[in-house]
Design a protein. Structure first.
Lengths: 381, 466
């Protein structure tokens, strides 16, 4: 079974991503969804939307957050898969449409972590031995083995942060609009070796919304429809206990990408795909994702970082809007925000950060220890 | 019923961190007197486990029928330390466990109890552990004179190094040194009073009740030593009889409370030869003396190894942070206590580092129901990994995780012929770990979430124990 060409995106919306001290999740959901309504020409949501999928990591109330905010009393479903929640939410919406259960579905990803009173992500306390457990700690486990094997180092990570900070200055809805230098990144305070402050995504509040419908109905909507070529999800063994893990890759990305390429019929991703939003929760996650997504061979990231392959003007621009680095990572929103950016890129509406003539766009979320990954591939036809 | 009982083996674990006393008064460290110090992830229980693992090295743990734990500084008023230690050592649940608390002379009673149990045939082997972490209020003499350490003795009926031959007690009611329920620090009355009436008089009284040394026998004294001056005075009295008193550890280790005299006993066992006598003398609400006869000289130098395995403390700030002396900006994590039912279900994994091996051969930690290799359900045999070595697969130094000793080194460790385990790494010699470095496991108090001590294992560089 394949989702390819069965579903189209006909409306997208995105809130400002920021430390929203004076706004609640209701405000962010409404901002994102009403922008998507406008994009899709929806004037009477209760008649034109059949169901709602809601993605959030931090929500205490679940999907009632969304139905209450929008006063939209449709079937609501909560979706949750750690940091891949945003893409998963859109995937669930696409599957519901492809299955023929609904015609038009709203997917909303949102989170409001800045109401918790801490600057970073939560440190969880379950059982005695689970501690310490911080995302920076988990994601940094690739660094020592990768650096030892392939000779990369903190400078290569810093260049990724510099690139994404730059791209963020060109995105109106990004949080950080500040150029940084390699020295800034290297001299910042240490979070979890080798990640300094600038190797880590910011922590923000935000929401993003995607409206999907059956591909054959897409022309009835006013904006240029964008077609779902693939949207996949894959799980990997927990890297903390996986007896075979080499800590040079995240297996979940390799698995989810392979599924996506098979579904979309892609055999040369580097040359076929034109623009990429990938999960730069930490700079090292972006570095290995170049390889895990099959763009370049394992171990080649360092040379491609040096040559600018993935910069906005490079052969395959990655994180054109500045990524998690500049937008922050309101967990449920991130994957949906990436799909919004890819839709804008494919429509040629991405302003100063537009990749000329983009026809095929990939987005990627990874989360857990990490254990789960979701990938989407969108196209103009 | 064996008539014979005695000490078969022992282990010493003086806390490795050593605090130069000059630092306490704001001076540079420079080579002067110091004291031993349990670090942020250590307490009386973790020191006890480490000493016991040495004492049990090469011995069959299944024969231990009794575990007695003597301490004044167990973290709980109600809840046993001995049962926790037995779980961490992987002893049988048939083992009798007891704590002897509230007194600096508990180790004497623990040794007597073990001796009685073996002689009566109620125990094949017994483990006696004495452990204390001695904290005086900041700026006090008790802070400077204190020390942290543990010692464990394995007793049995055959192959004994020393046997108990006499005992004498002197009980006194006196308010000299005390710590009330809820107090953090040990308090004392005026030092000239506590030294004379709390230590010297009852000690010499108990000593005098022991039988005289056998003909030609050398007698060594292993005594409490609350401070330099008092112990020097006691030494003069004892040496007047021609006896020997080894250096009492003042200014190097400090006074380790209930563990001090038994640590000196272990030190003396490593000096003595067959035919020598050792008199152990512990004070506290009186004093007690125990006379032992040495049957053979010791081969191992556990005390010396422990004394010389040192991690110098570099600053007063590091000391105060590690021992939580100053109030923090945020209250301790009280509300997020670990679920007691999860703690109960996970206790074999947490306390004895028990995982499992599938019938397909794949080792696993933590335990699961389904094998990660073959996918079969419930084909497992439990297996303990604490005594294995391991190697470092990957690591990070986490400065984000709240810790009294940041940054927290965290790693994935491949156990020798075992699984990979995700846990903290401690006591790294350099600034950064090295991939593939050889590690061993140590039992530590990894955090105090819920204002309770939470114990699990950490990996430390392999090498000599201590």
């Amino acid at each position: 079974m394949s989702l390819k060409d069965k579903v189209a995106i006909v409306g997208v919306g995105c809130s400002q991503f920021a430390e929203h001290w004076s706004k609640g999740s209701e405000d962010l959901i409404v901002e994102a969804v009403f922008e998507a309504y406008e994009d899709a020409g929806i004037e009477d949501a209760s008649r034109q939307i059949d169901a709602v999928f809601c993605g959030s990591l931090y929500s205490a109330m679940g999907p009632v957050d969304v139905s209450d905010a929008l006063k939209l009393t449709k079937p609501v479903t909560a979706v949750y898969n750690y940091c891949a929640t945003g893409t998963e939410t859109v995937r669930a919406a696409c599957m519901a449409v492809a299955a023929g259960v609904y015609e038009t579905v709203l997917a909303v990803g949102y989170d409001k972590p800045k109401d918790r009173g801490v600057s970073g992500p939560s440190v969880s306390f379950r059982g005695v031995r689970d501690i310490p457990a911080t995302p920076a700690g988990w994601f940094s486990f690739l660094c020592a083995p990768y650096f030892a094997k392939y000779g990369a180092g903190r400078e290569d990570l810093a260049k990724i942060a510099v690139k994404n900070h730059h791209n963020g200055t060109l995105a109106p809805k990004s949080f950080l609009k500040k150029e940084i230098t390699v020295e800034d990144a290297l001299n910042a305070r240490m979070i979890s070796w080798p990640f300094g402050l600038f190797d880590c995504a910011a922590q923000t509040d935000g929401a993003a919304a995607v409206i999907v419908t059956r591909a054959d109905l897409a022309k009835n909507y006013p904006s240029q429809p964008i077609y779902v070529k693939a949207i996949t999800s894959h799980c990997s063994p927990n890297p903390h206990t996986d007896p075979d893990h080499d800590f040079l890759r995240w297996k979940a990305t390799e698995y989810a990408a392979a599924d996506a390429y098979r579904m979309a019929g892609i055999d040369d991703p580097f040359n076929q795909i034109d623009v990429v939003q990938l999960h730069d929760c930490f700079t090292m996650t972006e570095l290995v994702s170049y390889e895990d997504l099959g763009f370049i061979p394992k171990g080649a990231a360092k040379e491609h970082i040096a040559s600018g392959t993935f910069e906005l003007t490079g052969e395959l621009p990655v994180n054109t809007d500045g990524g998690l680095k500049s937008f922050g990572h309101p967990t449920g929103a991130t994957g949906a925000r990436m799909i919004v950016e890819n839709v804008l890129q494919l429509r040629g509406k991405a302003g100063a950060r537009q990749v000329k003539g983009a026809k095929l766009a990939l987005s990627h979320n990874i989360g857990g220890y990490p254990t789960g990954c979701a990938v989407s591939i969108l196209g103009v036809e | 019923m064996p008539a014979m009982a005695g000490i078969i083996d022992w282990g010493c674990h003086i806390a490795k961190h050593r605090l130069p006393l000059a630092i306490l008064s704001g001076k540079p460290a420079g080579g002067g007197p110091e004291r031993s110090l349990a670090w942020a992830d250590e307490d009386a229980v973790t020191l006890a486990v480490e000493a016991a693992r040495q004492a049990l090295d090469g011995h069959d743990r299944s024969e231990i029928d009794l575990l007695a734990f003597a301490t004044t500084t167990h973290a709980f008023e109600e809840k046993q330390g001995a049962a926790l230690i037995a779980a961490a050592l992987g002893l049988s649940t048939d083992t009798r466990t007891l704590d002897i608390g509230h007194s600096l002379r508990g180790a004497v009673e623990a040794l007597l109890l073990a001796d009685d149990a073996i002689r009566s045939g109620r125990a094949r082997k017994a483990l006696v552990i004495a452990s204390d972490c001695r904290m005086g209020a900041p700026g006090s003499a008790l802070e400077r004179n204190g020390g942290d350490g543990a010692v464990a003795f394995l007793l049995g009926s055959t192959d004994c190094t020393a046997t108990i031959t006499a005992h004498a007690a002197q009980s006194e009611e006196i308010v000299d040194i005390w710590r009330r329920s809820g107090d953090r620090f040990v308090h004392g009355w005026e030092e000239r009073f506590t030294s004379q009436y709390g230590f010297l008089e009852p000690s010499t009284a108990a000593a005098a009740k022991l039988p005289a040394a056998a003909d030609d026998a050398r007698r060594f004294w292993a005594t409490s030593a609350p401070d330099q001056r008092s112990s020097a005075t006691l030494a003069r009295v004892l040496k007047a009889n021609g006896d020997t008193m080894p250096t009492p550890l003042c200014g190097t280790v400090g006074f380790c409370g209930a563990a001090h005299a038994p640590l000196m006993l272990a030190a003396t066992l490593e000096l003595a030869e067959a035919g020598d006598e050792i008199a152990m003398l512990s004070h506290g609400d009186g004093a007690e003396a125990l006379l032992l006869t040495v049957g053979k000289s010791a081969e191992k130098k556990r005390f010396t190894d422990s004394l010389t395995t040192r991690i110098p403390v570099s600053s007063q700030a590091a000391y105060r942070r590690a021992r939580a002396i100053d109030p923090g900006e945020y209250p301790p994590l009280d509300d997020q206590g670990i679920s007691a039912t999860i703690h109960y279900r996970d206790r074999a994994e947490d306390l004895r580092l028990q995982g499992q091996r599938c019938s397909c051969g794949e080792p696993q930690f933590p335990k699961g129901r389904v094998c990660i290799r073959c996918g079969k359900k419930d084909n497992f045999t439990p297996e303990d990994f604490a005594e294995r070595t391991g190697s470092l697969v990957t690591y990070t130094l986490d400065a984000f995780f709240p810790s009294p000793n940041p940054p927290t080194a965290v790693g994935i460790v491949k156990v020798e012929n075992g699984p990979r385990i995700y846990l903290q790494v401690a006591e790294l010699p350099g600034k950064e770990p090295e991939l593939g470095m050889e590690l061993r496991f140590v039992f530590r108090r990894i955090h105090d979430v819920g204002k309770r001590p939470n114990y699990f294992w950490k990996a430390v560089p392999a090498g000599r124990q201590g």
